[in-house]
Write a protein that binds this ligand. Structure first.
Ligand code: KG4
Ligand code: ZN
Length: 348
């Protein structure tokens, strides 16, 4: 079975081909990061226009990469949501038009299903059941995954997503958008505990999280430090201070994600954790979660957790995860629609 996957939910245009026998045979990606950088965030109108510009050439490149013909595919899977309405429409209109022209079945896929199945694309895929931590710029949630299509939401952030907290904190520190990757590099250079930021809901007996208070704490620390150093609001912070703040911020976010991951594992009884989404690329989170243990009761032995991460290039948005999710749905007998020219997107 050969599935074409199309992803346009935000600021990456992804087109990929997944073959259930041969695996991922093409994976084309265009990131709009540079396009939005000067605005400090994704500009929806620009995103939609750029998706429209990129979809046809990326699809051609994917078929060239795989050395297959358009007629060879069995279905087209595309991101139906959540995401930016206009951006989703660009991908959905393209995917549906192509399906209609080729007379192939069409599969609308939930963006987060793509993320949470993406670790199965690794060389050593996880086995069901597992706890999935989906941690991106738009979501921070724990899911119990018992099989393809069998997902249960265990808990999520009550306000900002963890990636959003990275981006907003980065903006406060004058870092380019999206700030997660660069902020985590600066964190590597920072000293521990020079600053200390709160870990909201760390000890709440559930899987809720909250990250919006963190940026306020960072803002307060930045203003206080500026005042102490006699800097004006327009002056950039000394690099050491910036690095220390990045370190303290990252430590706070990672502490919460680690503690809640342990809670999710204990609650479900599962001992496999899968981490997906852009923040899953964070080195500190990967380092700690790779050696995670849980303890069911104070006197019981510590148990090892097997943690899986998607291959790094598949952590952020991409077409491969959509092609793969589509293929899994087909293989597991999920009903697919014949192309009818009727379609819808679900931004929320
Ligand atoms: O999954 P993704 O590509 O897009 C969605 O949000 O769906 O995730 C992007 C998010 C951004 O907020 C970005 O700052 C964050 O992931 N991110 C990171 C790192 N790399 C990307 N956050 C922390 N550390 C990183 N290394
Ligand atoms: Zn995503």
């Amino acid at each position: 079975m050969l599935v074409l996957g199309i992803e346009t939910s935000c600021d990456e245009t992804g087109v990929a081909l997944y073959d259930t026998e041969k695996g991922l045979i093409a994976n084309q990606l265009h990131t709009q990061m540079a396009l939005h950088a000067e605005y400090g965030g994704v500009v929806p109108e620009l995103a939609s226009r750029d998706h429209i510009r990129r979809l046809v050439p990326l699809t051609q490149a994917a078929f060239n990469e795989a050395g297959v013909q358009y007629a060879d595919i069995d279905a087209i899977a595309y991101t139906q949501g959540p995401g930016l309405g206009g951006a989703l429409l660009a991908g959905a209109a393209y995917a549906n038009a192509l399906a209609f022209a080729l007379n192939k079945p069409i599969l609308p896929v939930h963006h987060l299903e793509g993320h949470l199945l993406s670790p199965l694309l690794a060389d050593e895929p996880p086995e069901f059941p597992f706890v999935a931590l989906l941690v991106s710029g738009g979501h921070t949630q724990f899911m119990a995954v018992r099989g393809v299509g069998d997902y249960e939401l265990l808990g999520e952030t009550v306000d900002d997503a963890a990636g959003e907290a990275f981006d907003k904190t980065g903006k406060l520190l004058g870092l380019p958008y999206p700030a997660g990757a660069i902020l985590s590099q600066y964190a590597k250079l920072g000293q521990p505990e020079t600053f200390h930021f709160p870990r909201p809901m760390l000890h709440s007996a559930d899987l809720q999280m909250s990250f919006s208070g963190l940026k306020t704490a960072v803002l307060t620390a930045v203003e206080k430090t500026r005042a102490e150093l006699g800097l004006s609001p327009h002056d950039t912070l000394p690099e050491t201070v910036r690095n220390d703040i990045c370190r303290a911020f990252q430590d706070a976010v990672v502490d919460v994600l680690v503690a809640k991951s342990q809670r999710a594992l204990l609650q479900t009884g599962f001992r496999t954790l899968v981490v997906a989404g852009g923040v899953g690329a964070n080195w500190k989170l990967r380092e700690i979660l790779s050696h995670l243990q849980v303890q069911a009761a104070p006197k019981s032995p510590r148990e090892n957790v097997k943690t899986h991460f998607p291959p790094l290039p598949l952590c952020t948005d991409n077409g491969a995860m959509m092609a793969f999710a589509g293929a899994m749905r087909l293989q597991h007998g999920v009903q697919v629609a014949e192309p009818s020219g009727q379609f819808d997107v679900k931004p929320r």
